[in-house]
Design a protein around this ligand. Sequence first.
Ligand SMILES: Nc1ncnc2c1ncn2[C@@H]1O[C@H](COP(=O)(O)OP(=O)(O)OP(=O)(O)O)[C@@H](O)[C@H]1O
Ligand SMILES: [Mg+2]
Length: 367
Amino acid sequence: MAEVVLSRVRRDFGAVTAVHDLNLAIAEGEFVSLLGPSGCGKTTTLRMLAGLEFPTGGEIRIGGRVVNDVPPAKRDIAMVFQSYALYPHLSVADNIAYPLKKRGVPRAERRPKVERTAELLQLTPLLDRKPRQLSGGQQQRVALGRALVRDPKVFLLDEPLSNLDAKLRIHMRAELVELHQRLGRTMVYVTHDQLEAMTMSDRIAIIDQGRLQQFAPPQEVYHAPANRFVAGFIGTPGMNLIEGTLSQEGGAWCFTAPGLRIAVGQLTDDAQAGPATLGLRPEDVTVGAGPVSGIVRVVEQSGHENIIIVEIAGNERLTLRIPASILPRTGDTVALAPDATHAHVFAAGEAGQRLNTATARPRPQTL
Ligand SMILES: Nc1ncnc2c1ncn2[C@@H]1O[C@H](COP(=O)(O)OP(=O)(O)OP(=O)(O)O)[C@@H](O)[C@H]1O
Ligand SMILES: [Mg+2]
C-alpha cells in the first residue's frame, strides 16, 4: 500500500509559515500535482514527504505508517529535486546506477535497469559522458533517470521538466504519464505550470501562500473552481473576472456590471445581494451577436484560433477565444453573448469563494 496522507501538516520557518495545516489524502497509484505560484510551499511539502524537512505540526502517513520520524532512506520513496546535483566525476550510466549501487544491487542486475531507463529518457548515446559534457536538459533527464531506475512505492518529483525546451517538455510530459500508467506507482509532482498539472494529473492540489485552495480532478478545477484564486490560476488565457453586483429578481439571481447584465442560475445559500465577481472563460463568450457591445482592442492570431481583447463599458477588458474563421479588426465594434450556463460567480471579499451550486460542468461532447 502506498497511499500518502497528510493530516494538518504544518511547517514554520521562524515567523514564516510555509505550509498551513495541510490535509491531503493521495490514493495508492494516484498521480497528484501540487500546483501554485513561486513560494507557496510546494517544495517544502515535498521535502517533508521525503523526510528531508520535518513538519512543525501534523502527521504524515505513507502506506498507513506514520513516517514523521522515519529517515528518508527508510521511506521507500524516490525524489527528483528542483535543484538536482549530479556526481560530476561519474558517467551518466554511473549516475543513473548510483541509487541501485547504494542499495547493494549487484552490477549485473544494475546494467539492464540503467539501459532501460536511459532508453526511456533518450540518454542511450550519452551513457559514457560526464555531466559537464551535457546540456541542462540532458542533465535534468539524468536526474530523472536516477529516480526512475529504482522501483520505490512513491515518486516525488519537484519541477522535473523545468530545464527542458518546450518540445522536449511536451514529449516528457506524455512519457511520464505513460510511465505512471505502466508502473502504477503513486506520484506526487510539483509544478507551477498549470498546463502541466492539468494534462498529467489524476487530481491537482492548488496551493496559495501555504494554504490548500482546492484538491480535485483537472476537469473540476477548470469547470468548478472553488474560489477566485483557482479561477484565475487555471486556464490560459485566464478566466475574465469582472467586479459587479449580484441581485435577486423574481427569485432568480442576476449579475450586473457596466454594460453587462446576465442571469447566473442557482447559487448557494451563502450568496448575498451586493458586490460579487463574475467569471467568464475566454471560450464562453460568442462574438457576432448578443446583448453586450464592445470595441476590439487587440487581435492575436495563433493559427487554429484567435484571441481577442474587447473593451466593454466601464473600461472592462475581456479576453476572448474565438474560431480562426472570425477575424475582427482592431477598433471594430462587436456584439458579444456571454454563455450564462458557464458563468461563474464568486463572493466579494478576500476568499472569493464559488457561489454556483452546480459542480463540474464538462462541456458537451461534439464528435
Ligand atoms: N529553509 C528555509 N528557511 C526559511 N524560509 C524558507 C526555507 N525554505 C523555504 N522557506 C520559505 O517558505 C516558503 C515556501 O517555500 P518553497 O520552497 O516551499 O516554495 P515553492 O512553492 O517550492 O516555490 P518555487 O516555485 O519558487 O520553487 C517561501 O516563503 C520560502 O521563502
Ligand atoms: Mg520549489
